[in-house]
Design a protein around this ligand. Structure first.
Ligand code: FES
Ligand code: FES
Length: 159
């Protein structure tokens, strides 16, 4: 048995038939829709690399079935900005060297985006708490926190 999945991803509507009920949202995004910006690390909800926004809330796409996203609005890292027009969070990751290998970065950006939308006045402690479900092997987190803090300040200035 297969199912139909109707979902809006980064503002674009997709109606996909023949979806296996057990297909993970991460695989659906990467393999069915070709949106490989969402990374898959641990595949069991620990690393946060696969984080996307579903109806405005961050979710682990490796713990979500594609069919659970039916009718929802998904934002992936491709939906934040383009290489030519990065959003402020992305520019601040670049400015503050918030990445090294970049594997964790899509998940960090999506978690950071969720955090800043919900808590625009987040303190460093709250940023660290918000990122506690996202693992980074490279950076030691300091620059990631600095990038999110700076993006929060710039967003407030431009609000
Ligand atoms: S790949 Fe989903 S949490 Fe690690
Ligand atoms: S930058 Fe390499 S895992 Fe975070």
């Amino acid at each position: 048995m297969t199912v139909n999945v109707s979902v809006t991803v980064n503002g674009m509507r997709h109606e996909i038939s023949g979806v296996e009920p057990r297909l993970l949202l991460s695989d659906f995004l990467r393999d069915t829709l070709g949106l490989t910006g969402t990374h898959v690390g641990c595949e069991h909800g620990v690393c946060g690399a696969c984080t996307v926004l579903m109806d405005g809330h961050s979710v682990r796409s490796c713990l979500t079935l594609a069919v659970q996203a039916n009718g929802s609005e998904i934002t992936t890292v491709e939906g934040l900005g383009t290489p030519e027009t990065l959003n402020v969070l992305q520019t601040q990751f670049r400015e503050h060297h918030g990445l090294q290998c970049g594997f964790c970065t899509p998940g960090m950006l999506m978690t950071g985006e969720d955090l800043l939308r919900k808590y625009p006045l987040a303190t460093d402690e709250e940023i660290r708490e918000g990122l506690s479900g996202n693992l980074c092997r490279c950076t030691g987190y300091q620059n990631i926190v600095a990038a999110i803090r700076s993006a929060a300040a710039l967003r407030r200035e431009n609000a």
